[in-house]
Design a protein around this ligand. Structure first.
Ligand SMILES: Cc1ncc(COP(=O)(O)O)c(C=O)c1O
Length: 452
């Protein structure tokens, strides 16, 4: 490769990076040049422990041979064929394998290329379903504060992060939100699902009544809010949300872009939480991050509701050029094979309690004000540094960890850990010890803040 990796290279300039402070990054690039298993290799040849599975996606570990093999075989056979009114076998095989892997109610799957597209697909299916049933007045979509549903206009509208909308001054009409479930006073340092907070689901009743129940099409939530800081649902909360949706004929969408494909030790967190929505949104772990793909799973009731009218008419006016791309479908099949072959779910289930104990051991480290975990995800929340630069500490910890050989993610005041599900006890210990040491060194002033 002819790319100049020296830190001051002007070659860094052209790439407008996603969700990245361009000038900070380009003054001190953190580049990964290869990856295998639990580790990246950076531009200096240093091994970096990946504590966040890429971006919550390489659940089976980087560079998995089964997935590579499936993709290579596919690219040698068929690089591309449209799925608009033609088809190719790998898409049908992937749909069958994936719906078999998901819980029983999910019989059909619509493919896209990202979590954001899979979310928008789910929202459109929900609105289209209500219309197909003769309930076209049901147009209101309800999300939750601190929800993240990607960056499409649908996703930022139902999402509950103010600045993702405020930046653009626009969002969709007919959207409302319910309150989030984070509560430091009652739930700080809960292990797994907090005991307190099921009653917060009743906020959905307020929102429903404010908008008139007959106007509501769907509710979308992440079973465990990921990007805004790891917020596991209080015990009983998701069941109550399901009950309320059932009572008022409202569709329930779970955005499982993070929680599906093993994060909770199950293919879908719906099994873990024992609550079935009507639609599941997934991406990321679906192809183990090897190639972009989103998948929106629906029940037969939803699919069948669309299957009326003349046979020659398109039932759902929606699709992407790359919906069910051969390479992505091959990667999804390879991922399912890897899960089976390597007993990935079993390892995740085995590691979950070990991971929980390890992250909670950070409780007394400097500035730690809350630790939250569920399945193989954890968040360590630090006290804000100042109103002007609340993230100074999490940003500094992330940069310092990279210097010492580990990657984790920070979002706002929370350090997020979500390693590949192939991780072992030793690697969990290594990751958490490194984070603890960095926090100690920030606390003692040994490590200086990384200024934006
Ligand atoms: C819950 C959730 N939904 C949707 C998305 C968007 O996925 P993508 O970045 O693939 O568009 C993400 C990404 O982190 C996510 O965490």
């Amino acid at each position: 490769m002819s790319y100049d990796f020296t830190k001051t290279s002007p070659a860094h300039e052209q790439f407008w990076m996603p969700f990245t402070p361009q000038r900070l990054f380009k003054s001190n690039p953190r580049m990964m040049v290869s990856a295998d298993g639990m580790y990246y290799t950076d531009q200096d040849g240093k091994k970096i422990l990946d504590g966040i599975a890429g971006l919550w996606c390489t659940n089976a570990g980087h560079n998995h041979p089964k997935i590579k093999e499936a993709m290579k075989a596919q690219i040698d056979t068929l690089d591309y064929a449209p799925n608009f009114q033609y088809g190719h076998p790998t898409a049908f095989e992937a749909a069958k394998r994936l719906t078999d892997a998901m819980p029983d109610p999910f019989t059909h799957v619509f493919f896209s290329n990202s979590g954001s597209e899979a979310v928008d697909t789910a929202l459109k299916i929900a609105l289209g379903y209500q219309r197909a049933k003769g309930d076209g007045q049901r147009r209101v979509l309800i999300g939750r504060e601190r929800g993240y549903h990607g960056v499409g206009f649908g996703g930022i509208s139902v999402g509950g992060i103010p600045y993702t909308c405020a930046y653009f001054g626009q969002r969709l009409p007919d959207i409302d939100h319910i309150v989030h479930t984070w509560d430091l006073e009652h739930n700080a340092f809960s292990k797994g699902e907090p005991e307190w907070g099921a009653h917060l689901a009743d906020d959905l009743l307020n929102t429903i009544y404010l908008n008139d129940p007959s106007n509501i099409a769907a509710v979308i939530i992440e079973p465990v809010a990921g990007s805004t800081g790891i917020l596991p649902p209080p015990k009983g909360y998701l069941k109550r949300i399901r009950e309320i949706c059932d009572e008022y004929g409202i569709l329930l969408i779970f955005d499982e872009v993070v929680t599906a494909f093993g994060r909770m030790g199950e293919m879908s967190s719906t099994t873990y939480f024992d609550v079935m929505p009507d639609i599941i949104v997934s991406a990321k772990g679906l192809t183990n991050g090897a190639v972009p793909m989103g998948a929106t799973f629906v029940t037969s009731d939803i699919y069948d509701t669309f299957m009326n009218g003349p046979r020659e008419i398109i039932e759902l006016m929606h699709g992407y050029t790359y919906s069910g791309h051969p390479l992505a479908c091959a990667a999804a099949i390879g991922t399912l094979d890897a899960f089976e072959e390597d007993n990935i779910l079993e390892n995740a289930r085995k590691m979950m309690p070990i991971f929980e104990e390890a992250v909670h051991s950070l409780k007394d480290k400097p500035y730690v004000m809350d630790i939250r975990n569920c399945g193989m995800i954890a968040g360590v929340q630090l006290e804000n540094y100042s109103d002007d630069d609340p993230m100074l500490r999490t940003r500094t910890a992330s940069y310092e960890l990279f210097n010492r050989g580990a990657v984790i993610r920070y979002s706002g005041p929370t350090m997020q850990l979500s390693p590949s599900l192939t991780i072992n006890e030793k690697e969990i210990d290594q990751l958490v010890t490194m984070l603890g040491d960095v926090l100690d060194d920030i606390g003692s002033g040994k490590v200086a803040g990384v200024l934006a």
